[in-house]
Design a protein around this ligand. Structure first.
Ligand code: ZN
Length: 209
């Protein structure tokens, strides 16, 4: 007797991103080799779930197919999920992918403190939600008055100043930053959205050296 229900193997593998017949075959083979299951079995003890996940994530990386997401592959085998939301890296979000990519480059350049000028409350919330633990954010509302002194303090504090050029942004606010900030720490993004903002930062940093 056991309180741990068995689970359908195909459904479990699908949930883990092995959502095509080829990927299911690969994953099943790995389960057989690790003696977690054997040929002809349709169900698996629910208690083995953790071990199945650990085994598969050590042998395979399930991605949406983007190059950025494949960069963390290491010596694992790449598996392409049919549903991008099952990507183990970005979970199908271009914004998340952009944050992951920027975080690697920021770490390399010792960038932790970001001042973001402009953008809508919606994207501010999303940026706060997606940001890696190592980032400190100071978000400046582009529609509210900001004194030159405060802007200067922001500039001294920041490792990088990101101006969201295409957004709700009063020029009286943005000019404090674009005039005062050193050019090597100043990025102006012309595209909307988090991915657009961070891609501009990545481009800027890749020109630094
Ligand atoms: Zn992805």
């Amino acid at each position: 007797m056991s309180g741990d229900a068995s689970v359908d193997i195909a459904a479990l593998l699908t949930e883990l991103g092995f959502d095509s017949p080829e990927a299911q075959a690969l994953a099943r083979q790995a389960l057989y080799e690790a003696k977690l299951s054997r040929e002809g079995k349709a169900r698996i003890d629910g208690q083995k779930r953790g071990r199945v996940e650990a085994l598969l994530s050590s042998k395979f990386l399930v991605t949406c197919g983007s190059e950025e997401c494949a960069r963390t592959l290491g010596d694992r085998q790449l598996v392409r999920a049919e549903q991008a939301t099952r990507c183990a890296v970005c979970h199908g979000s271009a914004n998340k992918r952009a944050v992951t990519e920027a975080a690697k480059l920021f770490a390399k350049h010792g960038i932790r403190r970001l001042v973001v000028v402009g953008g809508s409350p919606g994207v501010h919330g999303e940026l706060e939600r997606l940001r890696p633990a190592g980032w400190e954010l100071r978000i400046i509302d582009g529609t509210e008055r900001r004194t030159l002194d405060l802007a200067r303090a922001d500039i001294r504090w920041a490792d990088l100043i990101l101006i969201w050029g295409s957004s709700e942004l009063d020029h009286k606010v943005s000019e404090h930053y674009t005039r005062e900030a050193p050019k090597d720490r100043l990025v102006t993004a012309t595209r909307r959205g988090i991915a657009g903002l961070l891609e501009a930062a990545v481009t800027h940093l890749s020109r630094r050296r």
